[in-house]
Design a protein around this ligand. Structure first.
Ligand SMILES: C[S@@+](CC[C@H](N)C(=O)[O-])C[C@H]1O[C@@H](n2cnc3c(N)ncnc32)[C@H](O)[C@@H]1O
Ligand code: SF4
Length: 460
């Protein structure tokens, strides 16, 4: 069955097992739920106390001694055809990078005034393509952020991570990146098959794929992650298998395999790529799981497989309900009291960047929209994000309630269909349940989030 994926999510019927069984039998594909609520439910914060960004930030941060920091760097060499991230093509212009880092640090300085110093457990530089920044600028950003927030600014957090477009670096650049304090890199290959990479619309496709990965593995990073996407236009089953085999031959500690998210206003859509087959995506997922397990990886989530010291601590901490504070043009903060977002656009990328810079330079908060969390939404977030393996005691202790009891009808349906095993301490998805994890997560969305998702149009 072909499923057109224009809709932001499959707002699956909330309970009955037979509705869920029908969706699963039809190989219905649901968007990857990597945060809750999804960004399509963000709105400008309503006037009043809920729009008091400093209050929301300071109360949230006061709740935990630890903190995760995220900085968004929007610049890219080109806009890839599948990309629906907030990125700005800068054709290698690095003249604006200094000004951008200055703006990010001044935004961070105002946020740091709202909190005492924290144990910064992770610092993630994402994008866009932050590997376009000169190593000196990377170092300025890392040391500048730690100097503002960390109890121990001289020691980079155990996960100090950088997203790297492989076409932007060589072995020498990787050494500079390591020397700038980065100890985890995320290599966004997306595919190891040259024809598929050309088809992504990258202006300088990586020709040295495996050489570069080998160099990265020999550069002394504590963790190297390779990102791959399945469901790319023009990707065959053989191509997908080839990408997996090439990557697993070198055994990077972390491999992420994402199903394609296809959105309006992307190059793919302009070129007429309109739908992704749910059955095909599930088949590719099963191939990834098999190949990675055979190579000695263990599955950490439905999109991530790890060995040795592999993992993705910032994402695990986010899903563990700890605070993630974001700075930068397209940054999002996932906080105890609210999700906050500075900006987002795939239609007017440059003007969104100008808007961010103007606001920060004027001393204003760049936060544009978000979602106010409530105790009920926090419980849904804990359940939806940790559906694969929920520690019920952790949830009871942190949230004062057990998601399995609160959403008993849904867990009963999952169990009835053989998608979950519910025990007194943990509720875990079965292998079949993991394959449908996003669909099942969406059954936990609140009525308010569903209403907002239905009202969302993709004119952004
Ligand atoms: C925040 S993005 C990193 C962007 C970075 N510039 C890059 O291309 O490597 C993290 C990962 O999400 C995945 N991703 C981005 N857009 C996607 C899409 N439309 N569908 C599926 N996965 C996507 C890619 O694997 C990407 O490496
Ligand atoms: S996929 Fe990565 S490199 Fe390509 S446009 Fe998006 S953020 Fe930039």
């Amino acid at each position: 069955m072909r499923v057109v994926v224009d809709t932001p999510v499959v707002t699956a019927a909330s309970t009955p097992a037979r509705d869920l069984a029908a969706l699963i039998a039809a190989d219905t594909r649901a968007d990857y739920v990597y945060s809750y609520p999804p960004r399509q439910s963000y709105r400008p914060l309503p006037p009043g106390p809920d729009a008091d960004v400093p209050g929301l930030v300071s109360r949230s941060l006061a709740r935990f001694p630890d903190l995760n920091l995220y900085a968004h760097v929007p610049f890219c060499r080109q806009i890839c055809r599948f990309c629906n991230l907030y990125a700005v093509a800068d054709a290698g212009r690095d003249d604006r990078h200094d000004d951008y880092v200055t703006a990010v640090l001044s935004e961070a300085e105002r946020l740091a005034a709202l909190t005492d110093r924290k144990h910064v457990t992770t610092l993630y530089l994402g994008g866009g393509t932050p590997s376009l920044l000169r190593p000196q600028l990377l170092e300025r950003l890392v040391t500048g952020l730690l100097a503002l927030f960390a109890t121990d600014p001289a020691t980079p957090p155990p996960e100090t991570a950088l997203e790297v477009d492989p076409a932007t670096v060589d072995a020498a650049a990787l050494r500079d990146i390591r020397a700038a304090g980065i100890n985890r890199i995320n290599l966004g290959y997306q595919s190891m098959v040259s024809a598929e990479v050309v088809d992504l619309g990258r202006d300088r496709p990586t020709t040295s794929g495996l050489d570069l990965l080998a160099a990265a593995l020999g550069t002394g990073f504590a963790n190297v992650c390779v990102d791959l996407i399945y469901g790319l236009a023009g990707q065959s089953d053989e191509g997908w298998l080839s990408s997996l085999r090439q990557v697993t031959a070198l055994l990077p500690p972390t491999v992420c395999a994402y199903p394609l998210t296809l959105r309006p206003f992307t190059g793919y859509r302009r070129r007429g790529y309109r739908s992704v087959d749910g059955a095909l995506l599930h088949r590719r997922y099963r191939v990834a799981d098999r190949v990675l397990r055979e190579a000695g990886y263990r599955q950490e989530t439905h999109v991530r497989w790890v060995r040795d010291r592999g993992g993705y601590v910032q994402k695990a901490n986010h899903w563990g309900m700890r605070n993630v504070l974001g700075v930068g043009a397209g940054a999002r903060s996932y906080l105890w009291e609210a999700d906050l977002r500075n900006g987002y656009s795939v239609r007017s990328r440059s003007s969104a960047l100008r808007d961010y810079l103007d606001r920060v330079r004027a001393g204003q908060s760049p936060v544009r929209d978000g979602y106010r969390m409530t105790p009920d939404e926090r419980l849904r977030k804990a359940a939806a994000l940790n559906l694969m393996d929920l520690d019920r005691n952790w949830a009871r202790e942190l949230l004062g309630a057990d998601p399995v009891e609160r959403f008993a009808d849904r867990y009963a349906a999952f169990a009835e269909l053989g998608l979950a095993e519910v025990g007194p301490d943990r509720a875990r998805l079965t292998a079949e349940g993991v394959q449908h994890r996003d669909l099942l997560s969406q059954t936990l969305f609140s009525p308010e989030v569903r209403t907002r998702l239905r009202a969302f149009d993709y004119d952004e």
